[in-house]
Write a protein that binds this ligand. Structure first.
Ligand SMILES: Cc1cc2nc3c(=O)[nH]c(=O)nc-3n(C[C@H](O)[C@H](O)[C@H](O)COP(=O)(O)OP(=O)(O)OC[C@H]3O[C@@H](n4cnc5c(N)ncnc54)[C@H](O)[C@@H]3O)c2cc1C
Length: 511
């Protein structure tokens, strides 16, 4: 696979094409802006959902292990199998490019992420994360390669018309608000010390554990703690939107607390790259080589005696063991006999903006992560931030927007109904508050819509019987996706992939 076509937009729908073309002619003040929707996958996804008949496969192939889904979990399952000496496996990825939510793009200015863009320095529980980074040459067992640690300044916040350093609001909070920030931080330190909040979560919790914090929302937990400062509530809401795509009222206290309590307080990271976690994907793809087959949508996984049959439009695979590393809303539709489970998926939008210069701004200088206080979106990350050159004339910004404020299904419908130009203008309008002349600098905006980006860790998810049944898998079939943790994080995807690979090896070993 080459990078050449990575940022090429997929063909637009007729409506999208017409409106994009019209806007090209009638742009607001500023230069003409190219771009369109990229990586649109809802058509293939909805065909699976609606059970649209697929062509009958003409080829028959066999592998000891078939992995369905080439996102981070599927790729890490392959990494583990290969490391353990099991070579007879294949990874079937439905998209043209593997990587899932960790895909990336590239243009003449920089590589840039389409989704995941960082990994925090792993804590004590995350031995597997250290192992993979040691394999990839980022960690030598003691120190982290500084080229991959975020360069300063890492974060800033646009508040009251200017940028400030860090994300905790500096101007506005009263003494009472400040006291609540201090109390919140102390509570998180106490909860961290219990050892229950870890990433991966199964280490602190045990594989079958259901913590009491799963039963209530993060907003209810804050109420219970009498933490009502609007500034603190903004920060917690921001954290829940950032990691889970939902507001504190829609996310369990378990997940909300975990965001703050699972990481070591002296975290010197995170690790990041211009293409975000696509950097990891690239290296895994190099290692896995032809064992990753892209453009292979799996539409059915069914029993064939003791084995499993995995069907794609071209090939009927027979496998001793199947690892289903597709998201749960897909996995439960394509696998015969999968436990029925209803989960909420968070819809997201990301946009990559190519800029021909740096827009005007006021206050603290440009950081890696740039957050706008009263925006519905999460701000933007600068892809060229890790470049070592001092003068970078052109840049790419990745804009993140979790559609958290409406019910998820409603937000998804809204998202699919929008044309490119409307979404592009929303992004530019939002960014023109901190950067009034942004339209004079942007030459391209590509937009990716994720209808089902990730499972939202809603209250009660960990005690949902269907979701728990998925943890066990079926006879010789194991599920592996970050959705199984209810925590959309690199570490959880890797953990789930490795766990499924180890189960596959144990099963094959038993014969
Ligand atoms: C916008 C965004 C930003 C994020 N930022 C971060 C971040 O900074 N750090 C972080 O740690 N995490 C982040 N995440 C979370 C991210 O989801 C995880 O880090 C990780 O990439 C998830 O990997 P996965 O394999 O579990 O899932 P996925 O990425 O969902 O992979 C599943 C794969 O299965 C494929 N597939 C689906 N159906 C089929 C089928 N029928 N046949 C074949 N293949 C199929 C999909 O195409 C996909 O490639 C972000 C997520 C999003 C959406």
């Amino acid at each position: 696979m080459t990078d050449a076509g990575r940022s090429r937009p997929t063909p637009l729908s007729r409506r999208g094409f017409l409106s994009a073309a019209l806007v090209g002619l009638t742009q607001k003040a500023g230069r003409p802006i190219a771009g369109g929707f990229v990586n649109e996958s809802h058509v293939a996804g909805h065909q699976l959902r609606d059970g649209i008949r697929q062509p009958a496969p003409t080829k028959q192939r066999r592998a000891s292990v078939v992995i369905v889904g080439g996102g981070m979990a599927g790729l890490c399952a392959g990494w583990r199998l290969a490391k353990q000496g099991l070579d007879d496996f294949v990874i079937l990825e439905m998209e043209r490019e593997a990587g899932g939510n960790s895909r990336w793009g590239e243009n003449e200015v920089s590589a840039y992420p389409w989704g995941a863009h960082y990994v925090p320095i792993p804590g004590a529980a995350a031995g597997l994360v250290r192992e993979i980074f040691a394999d990839l040459g980022v960690y030598d067992g003691q120190t982290w390669d500084e080229r991959h640690l975020v360069h300063a300044p890492d974060e800033r916040l646009f508040l009251h018309g200017r940028w400030q350093e860090g994300l905790e609001p500096a101007v506005g909070p009263t003494r009472r608000d400040r006291d609540q920030f201090v109390r919140f931080t102390a509570r998180m330190a106490e909860l961290r010390a219990t050892g229950r909040f870890t990433i991966p979560m199964a280490v602190g919790l045990g594989p079958q554990g259901v913590p009491p914090e799963d039963a209530l929302s993060m907003a209810a937990w804050l109420d219970r703690e009498r933490l009502d400062s609007p500034w603190l509530r903004w920060m917690v809401d921001y954290a829940c939107r950032d990691d889970y795509g939902g507001l504190a009222r829609d996310v369990s206290a378990w997940a909300g607390v975990l965001y703050f309590a699972a990481r070591d307080a002296d975290d010197s990271g995170p690790l990041t790259w211009p293409e975000g976690n696509g950097w990891i994907v690239r290296r895994l793809l190099q290692r896995l080589g032809t064992r990753v087959e892209s453009g292979q949508v799996t539409y059915r996984v069914e029993r064939a005696g003791r084995a499993w049959r995995v069907l794609t439009p071209t090939t009927a695979w027979t496998a001793d063991v199947v690892i289903v590393a597709a998201p749960l809303h897909v996995a439960t539709r394509i696998v015969a006999g999968a436990p029925p489970v209803r989960v909420t998926s968070s819809p997201w939008v990301t946009a990559n903006l190519t800029l021909e210069g740096w827009p005007r701004e006021t206050g603290f200088p440009m950081a890696w992560d740039n957050v706008v206080f009263d925006s519905p979106a999460l701000g933007y990350v600068v892809a060229t931030h890790q470049h070592l050159r001092r003068h970078v004339p052109r840049t790419v910004w990745t804009y993140y927007w979790a559609l958290a404020h409406q019910p998820a299904a409603e937000a998804r419908r809204w998202l699919l109904a929008q044309d490119y130009a409307t979404l592009r203008d929303r992004v530019l309008d939002d960014l023109s508050r901190p950067h009034p002349d942004i339209r004079e600098h942007v030459s391209r905006v590509d937009i990716m819509r994720f209808g089902h980006a990730m499972v939202r860790p809603t209250p009660g998810l960990l005690s949902n019987p269907g979701w728990r049944a998925l943890q066990d898998g079926q006879d010789r079939l194991f599920y592996a996706h970050s959705d199984l943790s209810g925590l959309p994080l690199f570490e959880e995807a890797q953990y789930r992939g490795v766990l499924a690979a180890d189960r596959a090896i144990a099963t094959i070993g038993r014969g």
